[in-house]
Every structure is written in structure tokens, then in C-alpha cells.
Design a protein around this ligand. Structure first.
Ligand SMILES: NC(=O)C1=CN([C@@H]2O[C@H](COP(=O)(O)OP(=O)(O)OC[C@H]3O[C@@H](n4cnc5c(N)ncnc54)[C@H](O)[C@@H]3O)[C@@H](O)[C@H]2O)C=CC1
Ligand SMILES: O=C(O)[C@@H]1CCC=N1
Length: 277
């Protein structure tokens, strides 16, 4: 499906790189089918060129006329400037995929000024190891064929869930930002491990396997997460003693509020950078 397609990434940040490395690792397409541009960090383009063999372009958006799929991967605040620069080189024949938090397909359509199909998505940086979960939602002008093409692309970097666009802010707060919550937890576990006398290398191995095991477990059982943590907890044992400390710091409440605030921020970003009043 993607064999003869050309892809262009507008914005070469962490998300674009995670996607490029994931897509190429799966050998879904060849490096020379991928074009990348960036506004401020030209060294990053050289790095991507060297590391992945992709093609790069700077201040020459005319390259896009020959591209099939354009992936918008700039920050939400840059959406208007980005679309302004590319719109004259795009037509209804292009498939536009956005990974931007908050920004709606209606907003991008309005900025483009034509009826190109747009798919709004929310992947995460685990794309770099083929383990993203990407939610994808079709905009007004996208057909089932566009959705299928996007699904194929994102399946190369992990799992895909097709959703209605109005779910994307919530998904952004949960699984778009989610890896960061887990890395923060990992950092805390590393600090704790150090303080109880474990060396960093061993601690990393132990923590990684705890996370992999727990993730595999929740995927393969119908038991609730509460049942699973209670299975670990012996009365009067170590886990219970540790949990009491977590509860005293309102660990669970903090995470619930974190997810709600992140989702709300996605909605706020959409409003801040939308030109549809
Ligand atoms: N980082 C993450 O974990 C995730 C990010 N996203 C979304 O992906 C998008 C990019 O995020 P990051 O990669 O973290 O940001 P980033 O800041 O690392 O990369 C964005 C890049 O876009 C470039 N840029 C800005 N305007 C441009 C223009 N007009 N033309 C070409 N390049 C331009 C900037 O120079 C920058 O290098 C954001 O909209 C974010 O909401 C989505 C899912 C996860
Ligand atoms: O922090 C952000 O705004 C982006 C969206 C999801 C993950 N990173």
C-alpha cells in the first residue's frame, strides 16, 4: 500500500524522529521515500539524513508537489505558519496527516483553504521502538481509503485505534503524554534504587522488566489492575508497607489529576491556535 508513496515530515522534532526510525525499522518503505524539513534546527536534518538516509529540504516547499502523504509534526503554536508555507504546494490529492496535539482537522482545512483529506492522529514516542499506540480520526474530507492508508502507516510503529475526532484530546492526555508519566515514575524508581544501595545498571534491568511484565500482564488477562496489585500485596508484607507511603502522598489522585489536566490542555491548545471561532 505504501510501496510507491512518498512521505514528507514538516517539523523534525522528537515525534518525527520516533516515527521515522520506527517506520524504517519495519522496512515498510525505503529511506529515499521519506523527505523531512525543519525550521530552526538544521543540524537535526543533517543528523536524520546521516542516521536514517532520508532526504531533507530547507525553504523549498515546492518539493511537496511530488509528495503523496504530508505529515504535520510541528508544535501546535506553529500550525498557521506551517500551513501558510505549504498550502500553495498542496492539492486535494495529498493526504495530510497531523500529529499535533489539540489542533482540529477543521482548523487545518480552513488554513489550507481546500478540501484535502486530513487525518488527525495521536501517536507517542514509543513509535521509536515500534510500540506506539496511535489513535487516528478522519476529518471531513478523508475517505475510508485514506483511513486505511494511515492505519497501515501507523501500524508500522505500533498499535492503532480508530476513534472519533472528539476523543483525541482525552487520548492525548492519556497515551500521547503517557510515556512521560512512566519515565517520571522510572526516574523515581531509579532514585529509590540508588538510595537502597543498588547499582544503576542492575536497577535499570530490574525496573524495565517490572514494566514489561506488568504491561504484558494487563494485556493478557481480564483481571482488573486492582486485583493484580492486590495479588502482589501480602498482608503485613513489603508491598503493603510501600503502598501506605504512596497513599500518604496521594499518588493515585495525583495521576488522575495529571491525566485530566493534560487532556484539558490539549483542548486549550486547540482553542488557542484555532482560527475557527
Ligand atoms: N513529543 C511527543 O511525545 C509527542 C508529540 N506530539 C505532537 O507532535 C508535534 C511535534 O512535537 P515534538 O516532536 O515533541 O516537537 P519538537 O519541538 O521537538 O519538533 C517540532 C519541530 O518543528 C519545527 N518547525 C516549526 N515550524 C516549522 C515549519 N513551519 N516548517 C518546518 N519545521 C517547523 C521546529 O523547528 C521543531 O524542530 C507536536 O504538535 C506535538 O503535539 C504528538 C504525540 C507525542
Ligand atoms: O506535550 C505535548 O504537548 C505533546 C503532545 C503529547 C505528547 N507530547
Amino acid at each position: 500500500m505504501l510501496k510507491n508513496k512518498k512521505l514528507a515530515f514538516i517539523g523534525a522534532g522528537s515525534m518525527a524522529e520516533a516515527m521515522i526510525s520506527g517506520i524504517l525499522a519495519k522496512k515498510l518503505i525505503q529511506p529515499q521515500q521519506i523527505f523531512v524539513t525543519n525550521r530552526s534546527n538544521k543540524e537535526k536534518l543533517l543528523l536524520l539524513q546521516k542516521q536514517y538516509g532520508v532526504k531533507t529540504f530547507v525553504n523549498d516547499e515546492s518539493v511537496l508537489s511530488d509528495i503523496d502523504i504530508i505529515i504535520l509534526a510541528t508544535k501546535p503554536k506553529d500550525i498557521a505558519e506551517t500551513v501558510e508555507k505549504i498550502k500553495q504546494y498542496t492539492t486535494k490529492e495529498h493526504l495530510i496527516i497531523s500529529v499535533l496535539a489539540g489542533v482540529s482537522t477543521a482548523c487545518i482545512s480552513q488554513l489550507l483553504g481546500h478540501e484535502a483529506p486530513i487525518i488527525r492522529t495521536m501517536p507517542n514516542t514509543s513509535a521509536a521502538v515500534g510500540e506506539s499506540i496511535t489513535a487516528i480520526a478522519p476529518g471531513e474530507f478523508a475517505t475510508s481509503a485514506h483511513l486505511e492508508l494511515s492505519e497501515t502507516l501507523f501500524k508500522a510503529i505500533g498499535e492503532v485505534a480508530i476513534v472519533a475526532e472528539d476523543k483525541l484530546d482525552a487520548i492525548t492526555g492519556l497515551s500521547g503524554s503517557g510515556p512521560a508519566y512512566i519515565y517520571y515514575l522510572i526516574e523515581a524508581m531509579e532514585i529509590g534504587a540508588r538510595e537502597i544501595g543498588l547499582d544503576d545498571k542492575l536497577a535499570k534491568q530490574l525496573i524495565a522488566q517490572v514494566l514489561i511484565g506488568a504491561a504484558e500482564r494487563i494485556k493478557s488477562t481480564d483481571l482488573s489492575s486492582q486485583t493484580l496489585y492486590k495479588q502482589v500485596m501480602s498482608p503485613g508484607g513489603t508491598t503493603e508497607a510501600g503502598f501506605k507511603v504512596l497513599e500518604s502522598f496521594q499518588y493515585q489522585e495525583a495521576m488522575v489529576e495529571c491525566i485530566k489536566r493534560a487532556a484539558q490542555r490539549s483542548t486549550e491548545l486547540g482553542k488557542l491556535y484555532s482560527f475557527i471561532k
